[in-house]
Design a binder for this molecule. Structure first.
Ligand SMILES: *Cc1c(COP(=O)(O)O)cnc(C)c1O
Length: 481
């Protein structure tokens, strides 16, 4: 299997060749040349597989340049009940992504049982083991530099801690993350993890990462890499749980299901789109946004209009506070018939801070944006008030506590679900991660998973630094000398 760029001007590469990189050289994102297909017979064979077997059935079709036996070992050590242990009472950790039924045909697909209790662990834990494998083979190392306002950074650190050949330098805005998120990251004592609390805001952290990455000489000399949401390995790993959820919610392959996905960078739902393209019987992929509704606007109107940081709101579902959806280009590549020239033309506007409109293009009917239904997408928006209501109602009706992001997904799912079509809402974080919001909604604290009760009182290891790219470069040089 080879990977091509959405902008059509980069040479095709293998899975391990693109694993450690970010964007393709032409500025596009990598996608497989063709999507592997699963027939009804294939699905029948997969129906009773456990998570590791399913992961192998799916990922072996993508990672074709990793020997099967090696891939099996990597998958088997990633997806264990010990790693994904933070399940609700009554759910089985051996399922890895348990299906928690709220009522007939309405389920949570629980993806947040990993070490940082957010769904990013589903892919990042695999990426940690894949990185170590590929670097060991090549006798190389990598220094991952990232910026985080919470979930991505902690998930990357818990995935990369103690891995050979990998150092992590994670910038976060000093004093601006929640106490829980700060403690989760800063309590790590592993020698290869460096937490840098930058005196500034998240945008300052991101600017530093960009400045260092644009210094091509420094980047090459110090093997600077990233694990951001456009990494193909992350998207590929996320495809697996759509299959797992489908089999858990149906008895036969004639049935269709819909998934509701709390969305920000479009990485999670992009994996759902690919699962559907591979033959999984998905009726609708319901994109749920918070007040940052750039994706809902597109699916309603055909206009994709990324926002500036002044128009990006801080909300109570902060992991969905994005101004542009970095994985969206992958879907648009399929939407325009996999035409790299078209994608390049559309993003020439976007990259200049502009927008594009597909509503009156050949990809749509003139009056309404109707091309997208053939890909099964629907969308909706949720706000702070909806989130609070949904958390309260879910707790009162089902006795189940959900976090703010999952609440956005459930709110939109309830509006769009159809009789007879099971609706699976992806649970993207546990409520313990967002205590303040739960206290506001329910007047009580969420239960913390075992072992996390005293997180904030553990010793913390971090450096406070000025928002100065040169100083951060110097820090990386000193620590990796
Ligand atoms: C990252 C994240 C999201 C958004 O996922 P995307 O792949 O960026 O669309 C939603 N909820 C939580 C809790 C997250 O951490």
């Amino acid at each position: 299997m080879k990977y091509i760029s959405t902008r059509g001007q980069s040479p095709a590469q293998s899975f391990t060749e693109i694993l450690l990189g970010g964007l393709a050289p032409d500025g596009g994102l990598y996608l497989p040349e063709t999507y592997p297909q699963f027939s009804t017979d294939d699905l029948t064979q997969m129906r009773n597989m456990n998570y590791r077997e399913l992961a192998f059935a799916v990922l072996s079709r993508f990672a074709t340049d990793i020997p099967a036996a090696d891939l099996q070992v990597i998958i088997d050590k990633t997806y264990t009940a010990e790693v994904y242990c933070n399940v609700r009472d009554g759910d089985n950790a051996a399922d890895i992504t348990p299906l928690h039924t709220l009522e007939p045909d309405l389920h949570l697909l629980c993806l947040s049982n990993g070490p940082t209790i957010a769904f990013k662990d589903m892919a990042m834990q695999l990426l940690g083991n894949l990185f170590e494998y590929v670097l060991d083979k090549a006798g190389q190392g990598i220094n991952i530099l990232g910026a985080t306002s919470g979930d991505t950074g902690s998930s990357a650190e818990y995935a990369m801690r103690g891995k050979h050949g990998v150092n992590v330098f994670m910038l976060s805005p000093h004093g601006k993350m929640s106490r829980f998120q700060t403690a989760q990251m800063f309590s790590l004592q592993d020698a290869n993890i460096f937490n840098i609390a930058v005196k500034g805001v998240f945008d300052d952290c991101q600017d530093i990462v960009k400045a260092v990455s644009n210094d091509h000489v420094f980047k090459a000399a110090h093997k600077i890499g990233a694990v951001n949401s456009i990494n193909w390995g992350r998207v590929a790993a996320q495809i697996v749980y759509y299959f797992k959820g489908y089999f858990a919610a149906t008895d036969s392959n004639d049935q269709q299901v819909s998934f509701a996905v709390p969305s920000g960078n479009f990485g999670n739902v992009c994996a759902g789109h690919i699962a559907r393209m591979m033959g999984l019987p998905i009726k609708h992929l319901v994109v749920a946004t918070n007040e940052n509704d750039v994706l809902d606007e597109f699916f309603r109107t055909g206009v994709y209009r990324p926002r500036g940081s002044a128009n990006t709101y801080h909300t109570s579902s902060p992991s969905m506070d994005i101004s542009k959806a970095s994985n969206f280009e992958r879907f648009v590549f399929d939407l325009v018939g996999r035409d790299g020239d078209k994608v390049r033309a559309l993003w020439s506007e976007v990259d200049k801070g502009g927008a594009f409109n597909l509503a009156s293009s050949e990809f749509s009917e003139p009056a309404a944006f109707t091309r997208v239904p053939s890909f099964g997408f629907q969308s909706g928006v949720s706000s702070h008030t909806h989130r609070m209501q949904t958390i309260r109602q879910t707790f009162e009706t089902y006795g189940v506590m959900i976090d703010t992001h999952t609440a956005d997904g459930l709110k939109v799912a309830l509006e769009l679900r159809e009789p007879g079509v099971p609706m699976l809402v992806l649970e993207t974080a546990l409520p313990a991660k967002f205590e303040d919001a739960i206290r506001e909604a329910l007047g009580r604290d969420p239960v913390r998973p075992a072992g996390m009760e005293n997180l904030e009182s553990l010793p913390q290891r971090f450096e406070v630094m000025a928002a100065d790219a040169e100083a951060i470069k110097q820090f990386i040089v000193t620590k990796t000398a």
